[in-house]
Design a protein around this ligand. Structure first.
Ligand SMILES: Cc1ncc(COP(=O)(O)O)c(C=O)c1O
Length: 447
């Protein structure tokens, strides 16, 4: 006979009495013990949570900053306006000029699109239906995907209910399991989050630094599935990604490319197809993601790419499968937006760039330090976290809404306001903003 000890019994130890034979008293006793145990557990958790909160409050510079800004009435993220109104917003009955919107062509307020939306509500109702794999797939969604494929000149399209989820789905589920990711450090947070969740190998390269990217590609050249991931236009500093150089590196190291072109599509390229179109490397992009809130003035996102990459979404991508589809009213509005872009998109694009050039020139003349030489996003360096909020507040009192960005959204000491204008701003609106910026610059110089 073998001397080995027998393997452990896979059946868990039984309760003293077989379950079915337990009396009411036994059951009440064990229920009581269980609820006592749960109470102790939950107290422990609440205690831990409070301890954690106190530790965070004490140590986190961000929490301290938020508390300080709130005390001083400078916290910029709790202002809720009542109504958008073209390039303006209505705040407590007063019109404020917005230089913070990324609805670049003002399509959210476009009368033709609003009319289409009203008709769609009459036909389909006001809300959504269900997830894509359930009752949420209407023929209008398929029509939208077809129109987007044509707009982008790509083989296959998927729509998602947000850009965040699209990035999550792509990186966690649609890139091959053995993918090694090389991502620009200034990618949107959703991409960093997705990489963390994906359990794939990933390496960050310095923002738009091609020698750093090449160093990493060279170091990991034997990895079988290399993916370079970047934004088309960096939302924090307005720079265009060097997609022409990235395409060269991708060819050299046999890597694929995925770009999140949220701020590029519509704004760049003769065919409005974004940053890759601008550099003439659209065919070399394996996947492109774009949220609908920018050039389309709506909600949701789309991804274009090779069919073989996207078809796995129906079986593998949880952020695609287990969430509601965009409502038909959005799909109908987006189809109308695409029709308008096809008809007069170049006009909108031209108007946007004229406004950007006008505003840039004036802000530079006033003496502001703009962090990029020519992008449509105009980030102005202010430096200090509190000062940037006070600066935004000052402009707000002059009737101009700008968005401050401070730690941890940007590194400490590099707080900026991000100024964005749209195709819909008139010259007199921009002149009003320029006067407010001139006044605020005097305040900056003396504060
Ligand atoms: C570059 C970029 N990617 C992704 C997103 C996320 O898109 P969504 O708001 O549709 O989730 C944003 C949103 O601002 C963005 O700027």
């Amino acid at each position: 006979m073998s001397e080995k000890t027998p393997p452990p019994d896979p059946i868990r130890p039984r309760s003293p009495l077989p379950k079915d034979n337990r009396t009411g008293n036994d059951r009440r006793g064990s229920d009581r013990r269980r609820s006592q145990h749960q109470a102790v557990e939950s107290e422990r958790r609440i205690g831990d949570r409070r301890k954690h909160d106190r530790r965070v409050e004490k140590t986190s510079p961000y929490h301290n900053l938020v508390r300080f800004l709130k005390e001083k009435g400078l916290y910029p993220h709790e202002k809720a306006y009542d109504q958008p109104d073209g390039a303006e917003v209505v705040f407590r009955g007063k019109s404020i000029l917005s230089l913070a919107s990324v609805d670049y062509f003002n399509f959210a307020q476009n009368p033709e699109i609003k009319k289409t939306a009203c008709e769609a509500i009459r036909k389909y109702g006001a809300g959504g239906f269900s997830s894509r794999l359930s009752m949420g797939n209407l023929s209008i969604h398929m029509e939208l995907e077809g129109a987007l494929a044509e707009f982008m000149g790509k083989e296959s399209v998927l729509i998602f209910n947000s850009g965040y989820l699209a990035n999550l789905a792509l990186i966690t589920s649609l890139l091959p399991r053995n993918a090694t990711i090389f991502l620009d450090q200034k990618c949107h947070l959703s991409i960093h989050h997705a990489c963390l969740m994906s359990q794939k190998k990933y390496f960050r390269f310095s923002n738009n630094d091609m020698s750093d990217l090449e160093r990493l590609l060279q170091k990991h050249r034997d990895e079988p599935e290399k993916w370079i991931v970047t934004l088309g236009v960096f939302s924090s500093n307005g720079l265009l990604a060097k997609l022409d150089e990235i395409a060269v590196l991708a060819r050299k190291y046999k890597a694929r490319i995925f770009i999140d072109d949220a701020h590029g599509i519509g704004v760049y390229g003769d065919r409005l197809r974004g940053a890759a179109d601008h550099f003439g490397v659209l065919d070399e992009m394996d996947l492109i993601m774009c949220p609908f809130q920018m050039a389309f003035g709506n909600i949701g996102a789309f991804v274009v790419g090779k069919r073989y990459l996207l078809q796995a979404a129906h079986t593998d991508a949880w952020p695609y499968m287990f969430t509601y589809n965009i409502p038909p009213v959005s799909a109908a509005s987006l189809l109308k937006a695409l029709e308008i872009l096809g008809r007069e998109g170049r006009e909108y694009q031209k108007k946007l760039w004229e406004n950007v050039a006008y505003l840039r020139r004036a802000l530079t003349e006033i003496g502001y330090k703009i962090l990029n030489p020519n992008g449509h996003i105009i980030p102005i360096l202010i430096g200090d976290d509190v000062k940037v909020c006070a600066f935004a507040q000052r402009l707000f009192h002059q009737g101009v809404w700008v968005q401050p960005f401070y730690y941890p959204a940007v590194p400490k000491g590099q707080a900026t306001v991000r100024v964005t204008c749209t195709a819909g701003h008139t010259r007199s609106e921009l002149d009003h903003a320029i006067r407010a910026f001139a006044d605020a610059s005097l305040w900056l110089a003396t504060s």
